[in-house]
Each structure stands twice: as structure tokens, then as C-alpha cells.
Design a binder for this molecule. Structure first.
Ligand SMILES: O=C[C@H](O)COP(=O)(O)O
Length: 250
């Protein structure tokens, strides 16, 4: 699945123009961090503005180790219409802290809407910001009752997912998530050229912003429907090649 992260209603409407090429619209506020949370009314407006069959995801933030605070924020996201709730465990330094936060989130979200999916996200570059080991995420997600384990990058300075967690280690992440019955989501300045390995290792959800923004610039650039379509075409090409057992090249 392709998850695209707009930062506003206007960008979400541009995503909607490419709705046939994406699977999930992920509302975030990049100027508040890698998984920065947007306002509840923005989530609501985006939910109302895009096709009903396109799921809305919302990031709850690069969160602190404060289970009550984060659970309440997660409830805000699901009440506002998101059905994928993504939490970046930025302030958690141990798996136990991550589990405590995620258990609270899962309860808050599922008590309100049992079919909503909860995504526990870690950071491939955790060593740069001092948070929990990214490879602990599948276990944290499974033990807290979440539905998906994800990796993104915390520092958006041009470094990318595979700079910090190489493809063979991402493959281990995906295997570990699948062994626990979870979806595996990967992001972090992912480009089209990363799609061959991401497809090969069985990633369920690829999350993107910069690669589908004008000039590849996730901050100054705006999401372009034609770049979403091109990214999706490459994803599909890689999926076909993988299914046929032939390398598609880049
Ligand atoms: O959830 C996905 C992120 O928005 C990825 O953003 P990025 O591709 O600019 O790193």
C-alpha cells in the first residue's frame, strides 16, 4: 500500500486528484516534527474532503513518554475521523516504555472505534536522537495490541531509511512484524529507487512525502498528483516483476 502524507487540506485535495494511485492519506504537520500532529479540525476537513473509500491516517506526533497524554491525543485523532493512528515513540528509550505508551493508545483508540488500526512507529535513525531501538518495534507493537510496526526517520536532513537501517535489516524488521501478525510499514525519505528492495522484502505499507513533492522537497515543495502517479506506477512495476521472479531494475 502507498501512504502519502499531506500537511493541509489543500495538499490533501491534490492527493485526492491522485486517489486512484494511493491507498492511505496520512495527515501530518511536518513543521512540528517527523510525525508532527496536525489539528483535529484539519483531520476532520480532510476526512470530509477526500473520497469516502480512501482511509485517513493521522500522526499523533513524535510523542513523549507520557502514556496518558498520548492516549488522549490518539483519541482526538480517531474522533476526528482517522482510522490509522500513527504514534512516533520519540520520547521512549526502552521497549517497556514503548509498550506502556502503545497499550494506552490502543485502548483509547479501540474503545472508541474497534476497527481503527494503530501503528507503532520507531525511527531508523534512533541513534541520532536517543530513542528506542527501531528493531524493537515489532515486539512493542505486538505486545501492546497494535496493528502495525513502522519505521520512519526522525531527522529529515536528507539522510534516508537505508542509510540507517540497510535493506537486509529492514527485511528482518518486516519478517519480525509478519511473524507477529502485524503489518510492516517503512518510510524515511524513500525514493523510487528504493522500491525494488522495499518490494523484495515484502513491505506492506510504503510511506512517502518528499518523493512526491515538487523538487523532492518535503518542506518547501507541494505534493504533485503526477508525482504520486509516477511513484505508484513504479511500485506496481516492481510488484509485477517481483511476482514474476524477475528483477525490474531501477
Ligand atoms: O509517513 C511517511 C512520511 O511522511 C515520510 O516522509 P518523507 O518521505 O518526506 O521522509
Amino acid at each position: 500500500m502507498l501512504l502519502i502524507s499531506p500537511d493541509s487540506v489543500e495538499e490533501a485535495l491534490d492527493c485526492a486528484k491522485a486517489a486512484e494511485h494511493l491507498d492511505i492519506i496520512d495527515v501530518k504537520k511536518p513543521d512540528e516534527g517527523s510525525l508532527g500532529a496536525n489539528f483535529p479540525w484539519v483531520i476532520r476537513e480532510i476526512r470530509d474532503a477526500i473520497p469516502a473509500d480512501t482511509p485517513v491516517s493521522a500522526t499523533v506526533g513524535d510523542v513523549p513518554y507520557k502514556p496518558g497524554t498520548v492516549a488522549q491525543a490518539a483519541l482526538g485523532a480517531v474522533v476526528s475521523g482517522a482510522t490509522y493512528i500513527k504514534v512516533g515513540l520519540y520520547g521512549c528509550t526502552t521497549p517497556d516504555q514503548g509498550i506502556e505508551v502503545m497499550r494506552a493508545v490502543v485502548r483509547a483508540v479501540k474503545d472508541h472505534r474497534s476497527e481503527a488500526l494503530v501503528v507503532a512507529s520507531g525511527y531508523a535513525d534512533a541513534h541520532r536522537v536517543g530513542c528506542v531501538n527501531p528493531l524493537a518495534l515489532p515486539d512493542i507493537a505486538a505486545r501492546s495490541g497494535a496493528d502495525a510496526a513502522m519505521l520512519d526517520t526522525a531527522v529529515k536532513d536528507g539522510s534516508r531509511l537505508f542509510d540507517h537501517v540497510p535493506p537486509d535489516v529492514c527485511a528482518e524488521f518486516v519478517r519480525s512484524a509478519h511473524a507477529r501478525g502485524l503489518l510492516a510499514a517503512l518510510a524515511g525519505s524513500v525514493r523510487q529507487s528504493d522500491l525494488a528492495p522495499l518490494t523484495g522484502i515484502g513491505t506492506d505499507i510504503v510511506g512517502v512525502r518528499g518523493a512526491v513533492c515538487e523538487g523532492g522537497d518535503r518542506n518547501a515543495g507541494r505534493i504533485q498528483p503526477h508525482l504520486v502517479a509516477a511513484f505508484r506506477a513504479e511500485m506496481d512495476r516492481q510488484a509485477r516483476a517481483h511476482a514474476a521472479g524477475v528483477p525490474a531494475g531501477n
